[in-house]
Design a protein around this ligand. Structure first.
Ligand code: ZN
Length: 342
């Protein structure tokens, strides 16, 4: 009697082992060319590690060349969206996953160092919206509520000593808002002084280990320093890659996560082919350096060392992740699920 049961268990084991229970999506963003990543493995050895352990798609067509619209395409599966930091009309990946699988907010996280990207958490779609949105964690130093305003009006000059005193005297006459810190993963205090992407990647690592969400997305943006300096851009890529390695190590050291976690890494677009007058790189020349990026996917059941030249698109990521988690998208979207088998 026992033998058939034992055999059945043996047959079931590989199926269970292939199952994707957690998806970590890293928008390795801010505009990152393949030239400095997959074609320069000495700059990004951890991406090279992902390419060895998983599948690498070399011809990923990017959608749009404005930061918000391009990231929104990645998180909605739809092209042609403006993404001017207002709520999207098209539901986001988080909403599809949470609604379909009846998950709590603790199971779907969006982590970033840039408060402006919090708009990706949920759409204004009448069938979805905030009730199905991601739990957002903006890593602390990026959490100033004034950051979007400052960016909109440029970088103002400070008020000076006398101006500061006048402001403080004025402030005494107004009630001070109660500050409620976002729910922070333990240990984030040690991340002070780090730039936003590194804080976000560290926070993501802690959230993954502590909350074990089904879906964890990280939006990076520091590579956009490239507008001003190619050298600083390469430095950002090296540091972000190294921090990504820490996240991979944490997954690999946890038997349950190692067996059930898919990790997906992709920029929203690349950068121009030629340097600008500051010896930096903008994004707008329409070259293949700009509109073709590289996608890494590693996880249970995903071929290791596979390199795919066939074109796919950044809008395919949302449908692909939904397919991985067994989620159907009931609306029409531009992207379609990428085939992950040979
Ligand atoms: Zn830019």
């Amino acid at each position: 009697m026992r033998r058939p049961v034992f055999l059945l268990c043996l047959l079931c084991l590989p199926l269970w082992a292939q199952r994707i229970e957690h998806v970590v999506l890293i928008n390795f963003g801010g505009g990152v060319r393949s030239r400095e990543t997959v074609h320069a493995p000495e700059t990004t050895p951890q991406l090279a590690r992902l390419a060895r352990d998983g599948s690498l798609f070399l011809n990923v067509e990017a959608e749009g060349f404005g930061h918000f619209g391009a990231v929104l395409a990645l998180f909605t599966g739809n092209s042609g969206l403006m993404g001017l930091t207002d709520r999207s009309e098209s539901p986001t990946l988080f909403e599809y996953v949470r609604k379909s699988l009846a998950l709590s907010a603790d199971d779907c996280w969006l982590v970033t160092g840039e408060p402006d990207f919090a708009f990706l958490a949920a759409s204004s779609h009448p069938d979805y919206g905030e009730a199905f949105g991601a739990r957002v964690f903006v890593s602390p130093e990026g959490a100033s509520p004034f950051a979007p305003v400052l960016r909109r009006f440029g970088n103002p000059v400070g008020p000076g000593v006398s101006g500061q005193k006048a402001l403080e005297a004025l402030a005494e006459h107004f009630p001070q808002p109660e500050t409620s810190a976002p729910e922070a993963p333990q240990g984030f205090e040690t991340d002070e002084g780090l730039r936003g992407d590194l804080r976000a990647l560290r926070a993501a690592r802690r959230i993954l280990l502590q909350h074990r969400p089904r879906l964890l997305a990280v939006v990076l943006k520091d590579a956009d320093i490239a507008h001003k300096s190619f050298k600083e851009y390469v430095k950002v890529l090296k540091e972000n890659d190294s921090e990504l390695g820490q996240l991979l190590d944490a997954i690999d050291a946890d038997p349950e996560l190692a067996a059930t976690t898919a990790i997906i890494v992709c920029p929203e677009f690349g950068r121009d082919r030629a340097l600008n007058r500051f010896n930096g790189l903008d994004h707008g020349d329409g070259s293949s350096d700009l509109n073709r990026v590289a996608l890494h996917i590693r996880g249970p059941g995903i071929a290791a060392g596979r390199r795919v030249e066939d074109p796919v698109r950044t809008v395919d990521l949302t449908p692909t992740i939904c397919a991985m988690l067994g989620v159907e998208i009931p609306l029409d979207v531009s992207g379609k699920a990428i085939s992950l088998s040979d």
